[in-house]
Design a protein around this ligand. Structure first.
Ligand code: NDP
Length: 444
């Protein structure tokens, strides 16, 4: 039988230079060793070796013209990772740091996250090294149209259904949907995160952030705590962060800091979310502009410094590996009681270890931020039935899904001898669901 370390060595050798992908695979593999030991049929059928190899990887040229007539060439990606339990599903990221390794780590995580939601969705992820920051609406539209011209060959409502991620929000989804429809001559739910008057779902905009806080409440519940009255810090100031902060404030917590890639704003009186929404969602500006209307707040140009603030709850909602070992140690020494990951893989493995050793409640991204894709799954269901659920109904379904994810992760952790370890529990529960489907479907 091949050992876990042999599997890991092969993954590293076969996928050189893809550090984030190695990190994501290593975490899952470490968690599922007891599952492989107990159920030899998975090892015999080489399920893990198959799961780490994407079913399909598409890399393409995206040429586009800026407002001055100058031509630019970006690289587009779509990694269709696993379709054992449904059509590929996962977001598109537009950010200059995007490369194949980043998309593979995100796609790999997505496979297990989607399985945890209980909805029939496989895993995929895509994007481009295009930087939407500072571009005009027309430039973003031309880029999105060029990107979709190639992507449209590979996706479809029953094949692969992308959504947003960093740098891809309602504006970009709209431009891409329009181009898909023009090329294919079909109006179908090929993307999620659509506008409400053309097939979008209520609660999709809020889903990742609200879902994160519903999950956090589940984490606190066994300790007889709620977030009411707690001091919270949420990094980032995009979709995930804004709606996590909104739900925290609705539930009576005080959020004192948010950030972007230029730095963080600290407002000890409590962040005014309307100001942040105006800056980020309307003006597409920078977080430091918050000080113009709230001069008592302070701006710090080191975005990682946000974790040195004293807080009860940490919500990393910006990007991967934003909390390292040192930041985790500072958080622990300042008395943090819970960390819930809205961003994907925002804590390094060393940071997670620090939290576990200190008994800090830790909600891993795969489980805690699954609300976004869950409501995307609900959007797909509404599209295929040609119905539209009211806000309260979609929100209630989201709440139930987050509660079920917490329960499955907790039960799996318990069953495999690591009670309370939601990292292991989420990986095990997600893996078993996908692995069993793969076994049922033969050698695919
Ligand atoms: P947005 O583009 O809306 O916002 C991203 C935010 O994070 C911005 O404030 C951005 O700052 C900041 N950020 C991004 N990269 C960096 C970096 N390298 N250093 C510091 N700050 C950075 O994206 P989302 O809110 O959608 O995504 C945030 C995280 O949540 C990602 O990890 C994403 O994968 C995850 N996620 C999102 C889901 C969704 O439904 N939107 C679903 C599940 C997970 P700046 O503007 O300066 O770049």
């Amino acid at each position: 039988m091949v050992t876990a370390s042999e599997i890991m060595d092969r993954v590293i050798k076969k996928n050189p230079g893809e550090a984030e992908f190695h990190q994501a695979v290593h975490e899952v593999l470490t968690s599922i060793v007891p599952v492989l030991d107990r159920n030899h049929r998975y090892a015999k059928a080489r399920v893990f070796e198959r799961i780490v190899e994407p079913e399909r990887q598409i890399i393409f040229r995206v040429p586009w013209q800026d407002d001055n007539g100058e031509i630019w060439v970006n690289r587009g990606f779509r990694v269709e990772f696993n379709s054992a339990i449904g059509p590929y599903k996962g977001g598109l990221r537009f950010h200059p740091t995007v490369n194949l390794g980043i998309i593979k780590f995100l796609g790999f995580e997505q496979v297990f996250k989607n399985a945890l939601t209980g909805l029939p969705m496989g895993g995929g992820k895509g994007g481009s090294d295009f930087n939407p920051k500072g571009k005009s609406d027309d430039e973003v539209m031309r880029f999105c149209q060029s990107f979709m011209t190639e992507l449209s060959r590979h996706i479809g409502a029953d094949t692969d259904v992308p959504a947003g991620d960093i740098g891809v929000g309602g504006r970009e989804i709209g431009f891409m949907f329009g181009q898909y429809k023009r090329i294919k001559n079909v109006f179908e739910g090929v993307l999620t995160g659509k506008g409400l008057n053309w097939g979008g779902s209520l609660v999709r905009t809020e889903a990742t952030g609200y879902g994160l806080i519903y999950f956090l409440e589940e984490m606190l519940h066994p300790k007889r705590k709620t977030i009411e009255g707690m001091t919270v810090v949420s990094s980032g100031s995009g979709n995930a962060s804004i709606y996590a902060v909104e739900k925290c404030q609705q539930l009576g917590a005080k959020v004192v800091a948010m950030s972007d890639s230029n730095g963080y704003v600290h407002d000890p009186e409590g962040i005014n979310l309307e100001t942040v929404k105006q800056i980020k969602e309307v003006e597409r500006g920078r977080i430091k502009e918050y000080l113009k209307s709230h001069p008592h707040a302070t701006f710090h140009d080191d975005w990682r410094g946000i974790w040195s603030i004293k807080m009860d709850i940490a919500l990393p909602n910006a990007t991967q590996n934003e909390i390292d070992k040192e930041a985790a140690e500072v958080l622990v020494s300042n008395g943090v009681i819970a960390v819930a990951e809205g961003a994907n893989m925002p804590s390094t493995p060393e940071a997670v270890q620090v939290f576990h050793d200190a008994g800090v409640l830790f909600g891993p991204a795969k489980a805690a931020n699954a609300g976004g894709v869950a409501v995307s799954g609900l959007e797909m269901a509404q599209n295929s039935q040609r119905v539209s659920w009211p806000f309260e109904e979609a929100d209630e379904k989201l709440k139930n899904i987050m509660s079920n994810i917490h329960r499955s992760a907790s039960e799996a952790a318990e069953e495999y001898g690591c009670p309370g370890n939601l990292v292991a529990g989420a990986n095990i529960a997600g893996f078993i669901k996908v692995a069993d489907a793969m076994l049922d479907q033969g050698l695919v």
